[in-house]
Design a protein around this ligand. Structure first.
Ligand code: ADP
Ligand code: MG
Length: 256
């Protein structure tokens, strides 16, 4: 049975896509069968996996509105070693079209059930909003991974996200758990980063992942080559941190 994780944070630019792509590649390197679901109409996870979003006949959009199954719409990321259920701007329309569907929050969950035995991990890259697309991600998932920058406003958005997760847990998906908070773009030379990091550990205890992802230019450069950072420059600090994080996720599975 696949373990399904949504990588979510309603803020944009906090490292969701970088985490989704690099965790997918890290888990693949560790021998796991991985499907990465791009739920953001920007299609950054798709492009970052080396798949051209402009040439796709089928994407997650067709899956959500019932015109394709997951297998038909999925593409292999040869460079990453995992499968991708890709997205492009067409997906923005789903938000409106799904309103007329019954059980519109569980469309992705239903679709993923068909490939459950084909993967060890399904990772869902959520868009930067608490939208119907994000709800589909949260309903399909067993757990949420929340990437966070250790900055002053980081904690502010967190309460909205946690409230949404609680609502989804109560009404739609009793399996859902926060798996953990992942510190990303960490700069150890900044006192503020250290302070916020300590605060996170104090408040959230073992919900904070041990792995910390540093700010690392190689991770930022990799997407323009269509290659996950962990493959683009495996010896970089950022790549190593994501490999460690992959191992930590595998470890945490035992506690789920
Ligand atoms: P989101 O998906 O939450 O919008 P992204 O993963 O796209 O965020 O990251 C936002 C920007 O920050 C991107 O340009 C990305 O390359 C960069 N970035 C993400 N993580 C790191 C990191 N650890 N070090 C350096 N740059 C990063
Ligand atoms: Mg993104």
């Amino acid at each position: 049975m696949a373990k399904i994780f949504a990588i979510a944070n309603q803020k944009g630019g906090v490292g969701k896509t970088t985490t989704s792509v690099n965790l997918a590649a890290a888990l693949a390197r560790l021998g796991k069968r991985v499907l990465l679901v791009d739920l953001d109409p920007q299609g950054n996870a798709t492009m970052g996996s080396g798949i051209d979003k402009r040439t796709l006949e089928r994407t997650v959009y067709q899956v959500l509105i019932g015109l394709s199954d997951v297998t038909e719409a999925s593409v292999r990321s040869e460079v990453g070693g995992y499968d991708v259920l890709p997205a492009n701007r067409e997906l923005a329309g789903a938000e409106i079209e799904l309103v007329d569907f019954d059980e519109r929050e569980t469309r992705l969950k239903e679709a993923l059930a068909a490939v459950d035995d084909q993967y060890d991990f399904v990772l869902i890259d959520a868009p930067p909003a608490l939208s119907l697309l994000t709800l589909n991600g949260l309903c399909a998932a067993h757990g949420v991974v929340i990437p966070m920058q250790c900055e002053y406003y980081a904690l502010e958005g967190l309460s909205d996200l946690v409230a949404t997760i609680k609502k989804v847990h109560a009404n739609l998906n009793t399996n859902l758990k926060v798996i953990g908070l992942l510190r990303v773009m960490f700069d150890p030379r900044m006192t503020l980063s250290q302070q916020v990091s300590t605060q996170l550990e104090r408040h959230f205890g073992d919900k904070v992942f041990r792995s910390v992802i540093p700010r690392n230019v190689r991770l930022a450069e990799a997407p323009s080559h269509g290659i996950p950072g962990v493959v683009f420059d495996p010896s970089s600090k950022g790549a190593k941190a994501y490999i460690d994080f992959g191992a930590e996720m595998i470890e945490r599975l035992d506690t789920l």
